[in-house]
Design a protein around this ligand. Structure first.
Ligand code: PRP
Length: 206
């Protein structure tokens, strides 16, 4: 399923994020804040177990997250979403996956993967601010599935329709949560209108 947020706070912050005048410091803050809000929406169906809590006045029925969750940021740009998401669910395990997109072929090239042999989580949230051709997302979801995880959600701030289609075709069982679906990809694989290069804008590398 594709979920596109209609939340006014997300739309407000997204407009600031897109603005070409936004400097890296504010850009990073916005990525972090948007990740929290998008993550909050994506977390709405996480399973819980019933618990009892001793309050100063007695016993209350409570709930506790039931599953161990893995957060899988796609390097580099996905890093900017980690702190916010971890603040929301502090017990998550963070498993980094390094991929860059070959500028000529637009194919993802893997350069970092330290997943242990057997899975240590029940489900994964994969995050990357941009879903362009979908190549990086598809490759990362494949890695996570090969690790043995069945339940996966993908979180992106801005997505192109082409990337959404490709990810849905390759992995129809993965829920996609995005802050916005943009118009299209241009001929060098950038999302239009998008925001430029999310990695460069976060880390001041262009
Ligand atoms: C960008 C972005 C995604 C990928 C999206 O990363 O952060 O990972 O491209 O493109 P795709 O959907 O066509 O695969 P980039 O390759 O620029 O690397 P970086 O995050 O290290 O800057």
């Amino acid at each position: 399923m594709l979920y596109e947020s209609k939340h006014p706070l997300i739309r407000h912050k997204l407009a600031l994020l897109r603005d070409g005048r936004t400097k890296p410091k504010q850009f990073r803050e916005l990525v972090r804040e948007l990740a929290i809000m998008l993550g909050y929406e994506a977390a709405r169906d996480l399973p819980t177990r019933a618990i009892e809590v001793a309050t100063p006045m007695g016993t209350a029925a409570g709930e506790q997250l039931q599953q161990t969750i893995g957060l899988v940021p796609i390097l580099r740009a996905g890093l900017g979403m980690v702190d916010g998401l971890l603040e929301m669910i502090p017990a998550m395990q963070v498993w980094h996956i390094g991929l860059y997109r070959d500028e000529e072929t637009l194919e993802p090239v893997s350069y970092y993967n330290k997943l242990p042999e057997t899975p240590t989580v029940d489900m994964c949230l994969v995050c990357d601010p941009m879903l362009a051709t979908g190549g990086s997302a598809i490759a990362t979801v494949e890695v996570v599935k090969r690790w043995g995880i069945q339940k996966i959600k993908f979180l992106a701030l801005i997505a192109a329709p082409e990337g959404i289609r490709a990810l849905q075709e390759a992995h129809p069982d993965v829920d996609i949560h995005v802050a916005a679906v943009d118009s299209h990809l241009n001929d060098i694989g950038f999302i239009v209108p998008g925001l430029g290069d999310a990695g460069d804008r976060q880390f001041g590398t262009r």
